[in-house]
Design a protein around this ligand. Structure first.
Ligand code: NI
Length: 172
């Protein structure tokens, strides 16, 4: 079994920092494996390196159907195109456990990235994959899904999270 990593919760400062480019893609293979194991265990559909305390531009995701695992590892991902068409989708985040809200984003995006072997790749996604790609790339720029909400809604959600995490700490 690959060892999992502890997931950081809001307000961990690294979640608000811009992550640095990965210098050599093949050097984050172990980290990517552990991030995938952490994501599947959570369970979640995406995880960015800052969420496990590493300030590098690396994300893992799996937005496929549950019975057909399709893990993806994206090194230094970059959004290169986004549709004008928008879509609303309920999002959550492993760094804000138990909190969900509707977020509006481009329906379709194209992302350029490096694979672990250093090769240049592109992926085009719509629907869940599109939202997932955008959500994870946001993490690399210190951005969270709550930033898309009204201040009122965001504060309500963050207060609820703080309360939940405090109750959880008490129970543990
Ligand atoms: Ni997230």
């Amino acid at each position: 079994m690959t060892e999992t990593l502890p997931i950081l919760y809001v307000p961990a400062p690294i979640l608000r920092q811009k992550a640095k480019p990965v210098a050599a893609a093949d050097q984050v293979r172990d980290l990517a494996d552990r991030m995938l194991a952490t994501m599947y265990k959570a369970p979640g559909v995406g995880l960015a390196a800052p969420q496990v305390g590493v300030g590098l531009r690396l994300v893992v995701l799996d937005c496929g159907p549950k019975d057909a695992p399709a893990p993806m590892v994206l090194v230094n991902p970059e959004l290169v195109a986004a549709s004008e068409e928008l879509a609303v989708r309920e999002e959550g985040c492993l760094s804000l456990p138990g909190q969900f809200a509707d977020v509006t984003r481009p329906y379709r995006v194209r992302v350029r990235y490096l694979a672990l072997d250093g090769s240049k790749q592109e992926v085009e996604g719509e629907g869940l994959l599109s939202a997932c790609l955008q959500h994870e790339i946001d993490h690399l720029d210190g951005k969270l899904f709550v930033d898309y909400l009204s201040i009122l809604k965001r504060n309500m959600l963050l207060r609820r999270l703080a309360k939940d995490l405090k109750a959880k700490a008490r129970d543990d």
